[in-house]
Each structure stands twice: as C-alpha cells, then as structure tokens.
Design a protein around this ligand. Structure first.
Ligand SMILES: CC(C)(COP(=O)(O)OP(=O)(O)OC[C@H]1O[C@@H](n2cnc3c(N)ncnc32)[C@H](O)[C@@H]1O)[C@@H](O)C(=O)NCCC(=O)NCCS
Ligand SMILES: Nc1ncnc2c1ncn2[C@@H]1O[C@H](COP(=O)(O)OP(=O)(O)OP(=O)(O)O)[C@@H](O)[C@H]1O
Length: 293
C-alpha cells in the first residue's frame, strides 16, 4: 500500500498544500517537457496562436488555491458523495475563473483542472491509500456523481461528442483514467527501466496516451483525419524505439510537423500527462516524504 506521509519534518505544510504543490508542479513539468508534438513547450507555441509557455506557467500557478481548497473539501467532507462532488465542482469553476482572469480569457487548463481536481480530491480522501488504481477509482466514483449546479454549455467537447460520438474528458474520468493507468504510467515505468532518461520517459508516456485517446481538442480542430494522424503517428514513434532513439526522434519530428499542418493540438493528452506525473509522484511517495518541501 502506498501512503502519503502526513508529517513532513522540515516544513509544516498541510496535506492540502502539499497536494496543491504537486499538482502545480505536474502542470509546469508538462508545459516544460519538450519536444511535444504541436503543443506549447520550451521550443514554442506548437499549433496554438493564443498560448505560450509563460501563460501556461502563470495559469498553473493561479490554480494553486483551487487545488488546495479541493483537498480541504475532501478532508472536511471525508467521504465520496454529492456534497463533496458539488463542493469540488464549485471550486473547480472558481479555479477556471481564476485561470481565465490570469490568461485574459484564454483556455489554458480547463481539462487539467477537471482531471487534477478529481485526483487531488481522491488523494486527500484517503492519503494512506494512494496507489495509482485506488486514487483513479475514487476519482472515477466522484466523476460519476452528477453536479446539479454544473452549467451545460455547448463546449467543444460536447460538440465533438454529438458529431463523432467521441468519449471526452468526463468519460475518461468516469472510467478511472484508463489512458493514465493503462497506457501512460506503464510506459513511463518501462522507459525509465530501459534507461531512456526522465524527459524521454515522459515524452513516451505522452505518446502512449496519444496512441488511443479520443482527444476532443484534436477532433474539434482537425476532425477524424487529425485524430488518426495523432494516434498512428504516436504509435510509429514508440514502434521505432521511442523518444530516446534516433528513429523515434525522426518520427516525432514528422508527427510534430503533420499535427501543426492540421492545426491539431493534443491538449487532452497533455492534460492526462500532467495527471500521470501527479499520480506517479503521490503513488511513489516522492515529494510527500519529509524534507522535499
Ligand atoms: C468535464 C469538463 C472537462 C468539460 O468537458 P467538455 O468536454 O464538455 O469541455 P471542453 O471541450 O471545454 O474541455 C475539455 C478539455 O478536456 C481535455 N480533453 C479533451 N479530450 C479529452 C479526453 N479524451 N480525455 C481527457 N481529457 C480530454 C482537453 O484539455 C479539453 O480542453 C469540465 O470543464 C467541467 O465540466 N467542469 C465543470 C466544473 C466541475 O465539475 N469541476 C470539477 C472540478 S474537479
Ligand atoms: N502544453 C500544452 N499546450 C497546449 N495545450 C495544452 C497543453 N497542456 C494542456 N493543454 C490543454 O489543451 C487545452 C487547450 O486546447 P485548445 O486551445 O484546443 O482548447 P479550446 O479552448 O477548446 O479551443 P480553441 O483554442 O480552438 O478555442 C486546454 O484545456 C489545456 O488543458
């Protein structure tokens, strides 16, 4: 059993503060990871005209209070149920507003607030049981509850669901984040074990998500052609040896060019990579052990 260490010796941060720190760290690590196909990274803006790395960092930092508040709500309510679900929904919407205030109205992290918010809440509910599957399962149980106060806008995800019947961010969470638990985390561990280096292992984890995700950002911007290009291209990189190999790097460069030409940015996959990095840290106890903060 993986347990969060509740009593750091060197600094007395609360559990909620530590979880918020880890979530913001995961977002910053995701943004900085390079070269990500068609996404914002240290090289540039990928397929985006309204996003850049500084904005992604500022947005990530703006979410810290909402993340902390979600963890505190979990501790206060103490169990999965409608009161907690609706509290977290309200805090998530406030976090989204803080994000929009920070970015001047640009959507930098909507999907990430959803995924990380649920996972933080799930971790804070039972910090003594934080292996990947337990946290994802608790997050799924929360996501399955219907928030009566959630607005139902005709979001990009909803439009794509109508048009293609695609499962989006909501369904991914309700299923227990299979793209993270069954694809990204196993790939991250395999690439690390093969000695590929941390940055390549993270890129490989992102690619593993991209091989099968119905990313509604890609579908909205580039339709089924975009989604097929993303899934097949990501598979080709991994089959060529992954990000650490010369063949894999060539394929990765090709995929970057193809997705940019199609204006197809895999933002949903990027959010799930952040979720993967967050779970990896809490499941290994890394960062929650005393002295790190
Ligand atoms: C469920 C959410 C993500 C809305 O989803 P929807 O598909 O309708 O919206 P939209 O297209 O605007 O954004 C979805 C975002 O999810 C990400 N995403 C896209 N595809 C996927 C996928 N297959 N899996 C996971 N994430 C994805 C992308 O970043 C995308 O931008 C969420 O914003 C929401 O409903 N929030 C309500 C407030 C709430 O309850 N918050 C709880 C906080 S924990
Ligand atoms: N490094 C990243 N680069 C780009 N997008 C990212 C990155 N990390 C996460 N994302 C996610 O991608 C989404 C932004 O994608 P996109 O711009 O397609 O969204 P949109 O607001 O639905 O569409 P549009 O900009 O076309 O109006 C955000 O919700 C964000 O969570």
């Amino acid at each position: 059993m993986h347990a969060l260490n509740l009593q750091p010796k060197s600094l007395s941060l609360s559990l909620a503060e530590r979880l918020a720190d880890l979530a913001v760290d995961a977002l910053i690590d995701e943004a900085d990871l390079s070269p990500k196909p068609a996404l914002v990274d240290r090289r540039g803006n990928g397929a985006h005209t309204d996003l850049h790395l500084g904005l992604m960092h500022a947005s990530a930092l703006s979410l810290w209070p909402a993340f902390k508040e979600m963890a505190e709500a979990a501790i206060e309510f103490g169990e999965i149920g409608l009161p907690l679900r609706e509290a977290v929904g309200r805090i998530g919407r406030e976090g989204e507003q803080a994000m929009l205030d920070t970015t001047g109205g640009v959507n930098t992290h909507r999907g990430a607030i959803w995924a990380l918010g649920l996972l933080i809440t799930a971790a804070a509910l039972e910090p003594q049981s934080c292996n990947a599957n337990s946290v994802a399962l608790r997050a799924a149980r929360l996501a399955l509850l219907d928030d009566r106060f959630a607005p139902r806008p005709l979001s990009h995800g909803a439009q794509v669901a109508q048009r293609y019947g695609a499962r989006g961010a909501r369904e991914e969470a309700q299923l227990g984040f299979p793209a993270v638990t069954q694809r990204a985390l196993p790939q991250l561990l395999r690439s690390r074990a093969a000695g590929h280096g941390e940055q390549n292992a993270r890129l490989d984890a992102l690619l593993a998500i991209m091989t099968s995700l119905a990313d509604t950002c890609v579908l909205y911007r580039a339709g089924e052609e975009g989604l097929n290009t993303m899934q097949l291209g990501a598979r080709a990189v991994l089959d060529a040896g992954g990000s650490a190999s010369l063949g894999g790097r060539r394929r990765l460069h090709e995929l970057d060019q193809q997705l940019i030409a199609l204006n197809a940015s895999p933002g949903g996959a990027a959010d799930l990579l952040a979720a993967c990095l967050f779970i990896d840290r809490i499941a290994s106890g890394d960062g929650l052990i005393q002295g790190v903060f």
